[in-house]
Design a protein around this ligand. Sequence first.
Ligand code: HEC
Length: 199
Amino acid sequence: MKRGYLLILVFALISCTSSPKVSQPSSDERATLDSLGSYAAKQLVSNLQQALLKAVSDGGPANGIAVCRDTAQALTRSISAQLGDNILIKRTSSRIRNPKNRPDEYEEAALKYFRDVLTQSDSLPPNYAQKIQHGSTVYYRYYKPMQVAGLCLNCHGDPKSISPEVQTVLNEKYPHDAATGYQEDDFRGVISVTINREF
Ligand code: HEC
């Protein structure tokens, strides 16, 4: 009898702690994900870029970085809120500036996917998706890769060519910054869109 209970307990523990399943969404799911995800990513990129370009043209990269520092997180949260309760958007990378943008395990896997394809084929795939199953909960992820453009180098390029004003703000606000040393066209990271809905 006691042994029976023990077995039940062991099975219950195994099923509770069983690791989440990650798979590739079906082609139908993929079509919906692509349109929701690319729309969400576009909203974030264009809003961030507008804020950045305006700040840089108003007062140079040092002003841009102040705006980035103050607005990047708030802007990301507000775009998420506009997109609705079941969509969450974030920027992440293998080399992060703000610890709040740290990748989770699924984002790590997506970053690795883009890095691997880039190494093998010398070009980035346009996007990537995951279907994540945690017990009875299912949600989806859509990822859009980001590349480094000329403008980005002002704040993410070789530390030797980053202006002293920008470097001062970086040292002060991001003491653990790992997001410099990039070159134009490098893979910088992803926009990660979490989509919590049934298809
Ligand atoms: C004016 C300076 C500046 C420029 C130009 C700039 N960034 Fe950033 N970037 C920042 C700052 C500051 C952060 C940290 C924002 C935060 O606190 O979330 C950041 C964060 C990021 C992140 C989030 C991951 C992380 O490292 O925390 C990505 C991705 C990113 N930048 C990509 C780009 C790309 C791509 C460009 C060019 C299109 C660019 N940045 C241009 C200052 C800049």
